[in-house]
Write a protein that binds this ligand. Structure first.
Ligand SMILES: Cc1ncc(COP(=O)(O)O)c(C=O)c1O
Length: 418
């Protein structure tokens, strides 16, 4: 019987084991059939350490929607992060890990009333808003919430502009919303913005901070006690990317516009930054077709793998992200061929890569894709009956000594899995 790896299975590995050679070993017996993610726990730990070093004044509230893996949440919790949740279900998941509601921000500006009252009943105080109807809902369901007014402040370059759906206009809408919130007796605690996912214009953070400064001043003149600034997400997270330029611009702008005497607390909602590079997806080539071009006599190879655009590759297309495929074969012994890579469903759109030069593959070979930690399986569905891909985590043996809290939890998991 073919094996399907167990979620939250932890493998303690030697220090020289990386996800790629882990996958080579894990698949070489031929028993593994299902695709699987390998989560390299150290990668998230290193991101936490980098964040603490470069953006030390800003508490990250990790965007849970990006990757809901329980191990990710637990690692981030141990490093003191908060959590940005979009729905009652995400709040439930975070609370189920014994994380207090006070460490959650309900950062979807459009909320179902029952989700708002759930947040209220479970100690989730921070909540973002960008329109009048939501202010009325909050007044009814969660009158003691700490409300952050989300403003529109898009980067000129990003993979996903948030402003087309979210964020109130600073000049035409925000003054009206602030007045309404005040009339309703709500606690307007501050301002939030999101420059857009995979922000390609670091200056956008400075613009957002300047807009927030103007609104803090307006709020002060109205007698509001604004004290929290949320600079959102947008930080890149793939291997080799850097947050240095963004961190410099953000830190300089905070020094200039929000000096310590202003007593403002800074938070952010990074998603992909923490997880993109930490997950590698392993997929099996389980079928193959070779087509001859009638005119040129050239061959093209179609490889079918067991993950597709209705699964973990679904969001990749929307976000126009690059794919990082690695054929797990001895490249020296295979000639390069022109090929396309397809997903497993009966839908003809289910094509992952239309054209690539790749070593010739056979049925039974594996392809790994790096940088697959953000918005992958959380955006997947089980179209055609294919299940959502599971994750195995790897942790270097030498990290054990530094990770007492995480390990306690891992051991609890292992006990309950047995
Ligand atoms: C409200 C909100 N905060 C944070 C994020 C995370 O953004 P990113 O993954 O670009 O950091 C998102 C992404 O959709 C979002 O909608």
């Amino acid at each position: 019987m073919k094996h399907n790896c167990k979620e939250d299975q932890i493998h303690f590995v030697d220090d020289d084991v990386d996800p790629i050679n882990f996958i080579r070993n894990f698949t070489k017996t031929g028993i593994q059939e299902q695709p699987f993610f390998v989560f390299e726990v150290e990668d998230v730990i290193n991101k936490c350490l980098e964040w603490k070093e470069k953006l030390s004044r800003i508490t990250p509230y990790y965007a849970v929607k990006c990757n809901t893996n329980a191990m990710v949440l637990k690692v981030l919790s141990n490093f003191g992060a908060g959590f940005d949740c979009s729905s009652k279900e995400e709040i439930e998941q975070v609370l189920s890990l014994n994380i207090d509601g006070s460490r959650i921000i309900f950062a979807n500006t459009i909320k179902q009333p029952s989700h708002i009252s759930y947040a209220s009943e479970n100690g989730v105080q921070l909540i973002t808003v960008d329109n009048e109807s939501e202010l009325y809902k909050i007044k009814a369901q969660h009158p003691n919430a700490k409300v952050l007014l989300r403003i529109r402040s898009d980067a000129m370059v990003s993979s996903h502009k948030m402003g087309i759906k979210f964020g109130s206009d600073v000049d035409s809408e925000c003054p009206i919303l602030l007045r309404l919130a005040q009339t309703l007796g709500l606690d307007v605690a501050g301002i939030a913005f999101h420059v857009g996912s995979v922000c390609g214009e670091a200056e956008a953070y400075r613009r957002g901070i300047i807009l927030a400064d103007g609104l803090f001043n307006l709020g002060k003149s109205m007698g509001l006690n604004m004290r929290i600034l949320d600079i959102g997400g947008g930080f890149k997270g793939v291997k080799g990317s850097s947050i240095d330029e963004m961190a410099k611009i953000i830190n300089d702008a905070l020094d200039e516009y929000f000096p310590p005497e202003r007593n403002v607390m800074f938070i952010a909602e990074p998603g992909r930054y923490f997880v993109a590079s930490a997950f590698t997806l392993a997929t099996l080539v389980y079928s193959k077709r070779v087509i001859t071009d009638g005119t040129t006599n050239s061959l093209s190879h179609m490889y079918y793998i067991n993950e597709g655009i209705y699964g973990s590759f679904n969001p990749i297309r929307d976000y126009a992200a690059r794919l990082y495929p690695i054929p797990l074969v001895d490249k020296e012994s295979r000639k390069n061929v022109s090929c396309s890579i397809w997903g497993p469903t009966c839908n003809a759109r289910d094509c992952i890569i239309e054209k690539i030069e790749f070593p010739e593959l056979n049925v039974g070979d594996w392809i790994a894709f790096e940088n697959m930690g953000s918005y992958t399986f959380t955006g997947a569905c089980n179209f055609n009956g294919f299940p959502i891909t599971r994750t195995v985590s790897i942790l270097k043996k030498s990290s054990k000594t530094h990770l007492k809290n995480i390990l306690d939890w891992i051991e609890e998991q292992a006990t309950s899995n047995n």
